[in-house]
Design a protein around this ligand. Structure first.
Ligand SMILES: [Zn+2]
Ligand SMILES: [Zn+2]
Length: 200
């Protein structure tokens, strides 16, 4: 019996066992969670990286609403939540920007896999749209890509997030009017079947 006095070793198997690993997007598909999930933790030591990633996974992560003052240079340059030193100072001193110790620093991972995941997500969402909305979106995307060439302040992943956002809006039917306006505007200037054409 499990209630045996002094017996701490369990004789029966664990009653409840999770069949699947914890997934923070199971009941929460919000854009906020998606964005937090896509955060690449870098400029910190292995342990601090694990701590922050744990917070992200279990939804304890609270993003900064405004940059925080760096403990080293004193400027409001800390953009990442839980970090206390700015990225530049971290690099300069070779210290972890969270615990400020001189340890091996982990760089933020390349966003390639993340990018790929997002692209798949875009594709799936796109597939679920009715034909007309899909074409509207593709045009929106083409235009966006053109805009982006002039504006390199926005990273590719930020741009993807933006597209995903728009796609979600389209899917939910919100902002439909905006897109109709956009569609009308576009149809005035070019014909309907130039989707693959590259204009510059
Ligand atoms: Zn600094
Ligand atoms: Zn650290």
């Amino acid at each position: 019996m499990s209630s045996q006095k002094g017996n701490t070793s369990r004789s029966r198997p664990q009653k409840h066992k999770n069949r699947t690993a914890f997934k923070n997007t199971l009941h929460d598909t919000s854009q906020r969670t998606k964005i937090i999930n896509s955060i690449q933790v870098g400029d910190v030591c292995v342990r601090c990286k694990e701590i922050i990633e744990w917070k992200i996974k279990y939804k304890k992560y609270k993003p900064l609403t405004q940059p925080r003052t760096c403990v080293k240079c004193g400027s409001k340059a800390v953009k990442q939540a839980y970090h206390v030193m700015c990225s530049a100072c971290g690099k300069q001193s070779g210290k972890c920007t969270k615990c400020c110790q001189s340890k091996t620093i982990v760089e933020a991972e390349a966003t390639e896999t993340q990018q790929l995941k997002l692209d798949n997500e875009l594709k799936d969402l796109l597939k679920s749209l009715p034909e007309r909305k899909r074409r509207t979106f593709l045009r929106y995307m083409n235009r966006k890509e053109k805009d982006q060439e002039d504006d390199d302040k926005k990273t590719a992943s930020e741009n993807r997030e933006d597209l995903l956002d728009k796609l979600n809006t389209l899917k939910l039917g919100e902002g439909d009017d905006d897109f109709d306006d956009f569609l009308d505007e576009e149809e005035d200037e070019d014909s309907d079947n130039n989707q693959s054409e590259e204009e510059s």
